[in-house]
Ligand binder design. Structure first.
Ligand code: FES
Length: 175
C-alpha cells in the first residue's frame, strides 16, 4: 500500500477493513488533533490490544488513515519494546533475569528453556504455544529464580524442572 494515491476512498476503505471501524473511528478523532508521536503510540497500543501484535498490514493501514509516512509508523512500532511485531504464542513465558534471580542461577534456567523450546528471547515456538521473554524483576525475589507463565508464578525453579514445567502448559494448550 502506498500513501500516494489518487483513490483515497478506496485506500481508506481497505485500511478500515484491516483495522475495523472502532479503530478507524479512533484514528479519525486523532486526525483532528495534533499529529504527535503520542497519538500514534496510542493508536498502535489499541491495534495491538485488538489483534495481539502489529502486523505489516496493520502498520500500513495506520499510516494510511493517519496520513503519516509508513516509515515513521514502522519506526515507532519497532523502537518501543512494548510493541510486538510478530504473533504471540498461546502462553508467554517470562524468565526473570533480575539480580536476585540471576545470583540464584536464572541464567541456567533461561538456557534450559531456550534449549527445550529451540527459540530465543522475543521468539515464539514453531507450534505457536510459547513466546519467550526476559523479565527484569517480577516482584517475587524471595522465590528466586522465578519463571512466570502468563500470570502464574513458578518459584525456586531449577533447570531440571523446566521440561516438566513446559510439558504442563503444552498439555493445557492441547487439552
Ligand atoms: S529479581 Fe527475579 S523476581 Fe525479583
Amino acid at each position: 500500500m502506498s500513501t500516494c494515491t489518487d483513490n483515497w476512498e478506496q485506500v481508506e476503505a481497505a485500511a478500515k477493513l484491516v483495522l475495523g471501524e472502532p479503530i478507524a473511528a479512533m484514528i479519525e478523532h486523532c486526525r483532528h488533533e495534533d499529529h504527535s508521536e503520542s497519538q500514534l503510540i496510542a493508536v498502535l497500543h489499541r491495534v495491538q490490544s485488538q489483534f495481539g501484535h502489529l502486523a505489516e498490514a496493520h502498520l500500513d493501514a495506520v499510516a494510511q488513515l493517519m496520513q503519516v509516512p509508513a516509515a515513521k509508523v514502522a519506526g515507532v512500532a519497532s523502537f518501543y519494546h512494548f510493541f510486538r511485531l510478530k504473533p504471540r504464542g498461546k502462553f508467554q513465558i517470562s524468565v526473570c533475569l533480575g539480580t536476585a534471580c540471576y545470583v540464584k542461577g536464572a541464567d541456567r534456567v533461561a538456557q534450559k528453556v531456550i534449549d527445550e523450546l529451540g527459540i530465543t528471547w522475543g521468539e515464539t515456538s514453531s507450534d505457536g504455544i510459547f513466546t519467550l521473554e526476559a523479565a527484569r524483576c517480577l516482584g517475587t525475589c524471595g522465590l528466586a529464580p522465578v519463571v512466570m507463565v502468563e500470570e502464574e508464578i513458578h518459584g525456586n525453579v531449577t533447570p531440571d524442572q523446566v521440561p516438566a514445567l513446559l510439558e504442563k502448559y503444552l498439555k493445557k494448550a492441547k487439552g
